[in-house]
Design a protein around this ligand. Structure first.
Ligand code: NAP
Length: 298
């Protein structure tokens, strides 16, 4: 850990994600050459939320660059839940499709829970199916949510072993906070989960050697909440309008303050975000490999 009083190391998630994607592209090429298999990811985008459209485009481009085939399923906001479930059923049953991603949020009145529960857990590359959540919670292998997995890789690359470290996760959503806490526990951290009802969040933060902020509030975690030398992973993606009238993306941590105190910190953008995509691609590869092995073993 860095010495107190020195500026933190800025953790370059973009560079690490690029490195992981180059390595993955080699393994995908080998899978094709040696087994004739092309990992294939079906991406469902329902409705016309502009942010979701950008995320889907970025994921598709990254997948293509790694040699993963993407099947884009773009559906209008008027799509019924029954129609969506039927289409997921087709992808579940298609052996050429290895992973299925449902871009969230889904337009109302479609119930995201029902849609996620309809996924074949073996193709659930986002790790949100109850079976995969249960596997993670009970320490068994399964598909792990991509953003939390990205946070863990960043922490392990920064700190080495996480054994015995005091970690605080701020946020308890099913998408980020809870699975991050499970992964930290699996890595033998002593984990505290904070949320909107936590008393004295600043004091909880100061005690932690690792702070993972997944709140959704711009610059909410202040620099003087961070213990000297702590490692800070900022998951937040918040669009704010700057004094120049331009929109920009900031995290949940007041970066300029925290960077003066922390030992290491992820920037926003360029920290967790790129790792999420790298982990999605890795999940698709792993799902392909696992499914093909099952077929070969039969
Ligand atoms: P969410 O579902 O809205 O959950 C936010 C969590 O923050 C909740 O558990 C909430 O507590 C907690 N919280 C809210 N106000 C708080 C406060 N004043 N003090 C302490 N805790 C508070 O959001 P999410 O889906 O987890 O996402 C969190 C952030 O990560 C968002 O900015 C999102 O855009 C970003 N994100 C980034 C990526 C990426 O790839 N980088 C991926 C996913 C999400 P309660 O449970 O008590 O309400």
């Amino acid at each position: 850990m860095a010495i107190s009083g020195r500026r933190a190391t800025v953790i370059d998630g973009k560079a690490l994600a690029a490195e992981l994607r180059v390595d993955l592209a080699k393994r995908v090429a080998a899978l094709k050459a040696n087994h004739g298999l092309t990992p294939t990811l079906a991406v469902f985008l329902v409705g016309d939320d502009p942010a979701s459209a950008i995320y889907v485009r970025n994921k598709g481009a990254a997948a293509a660059a790694a040699g993963i085939r993407v099947i884009d399923v773009k559906l209008p906001a008027t799509t019924s839940e029954a129609d969506l479930l039927a289409r997921i059923g087709v992808m579940n049953g298609d052996p050429a499709v290895n992973g299925i991603l449902i871009q969230l949020p889904l337009p109302k009145p479609i119930a995201a829970e029902a849609v996620i529960a309809a996924l074949d857990p073996a193709k659930d590359v986002d790790g949100l199916h109850p079976e995969n959540i249960g596997r993670l919670a009970t320490g068994r292998d399964g598909m792990v949510p991509c953003t939390p997995q990205g946070c863990l890789i960043l922490l392990e690359r920064t700190l080495g072993t996480l054994d015995g470290r005091r970690a605080l996760v701020v946020g308890r959503s099913n998408l980020v906070g809870r699975p991050v806490a499970q992964l930290l526990l699996r890595a033998n951290c002593t984990v505290t989960i904070a949320h909107s009802r936590t008393r004295d969040l600043a004091a909880e933060c100061r005690r932690a050697e690792i702070v993972v902020a997944a709140i959704g509030k711009p610059a909410f975690v202040r620099g003087d909440w961070i213990g000297p030398g702590a490692t800070v992973i900022d998951v937040g993606i918040n669009r704010v309008t700057g004094p120049d009238g331009r929109d920009r993306i900031v995290g949940d941590v007041a970066f300029a303050e925290a960077v003066e105190v922390a030992g290491a910190i992820t920037p926003v953008p360029g920290g967790v975000g790129p790792m999420t995509i790298a982990c999605l691609l890795e999940s698709t590869y792993e799902a392909t490999w696992r499914q093909s092995r099952l077929r070969l073993d039969r």
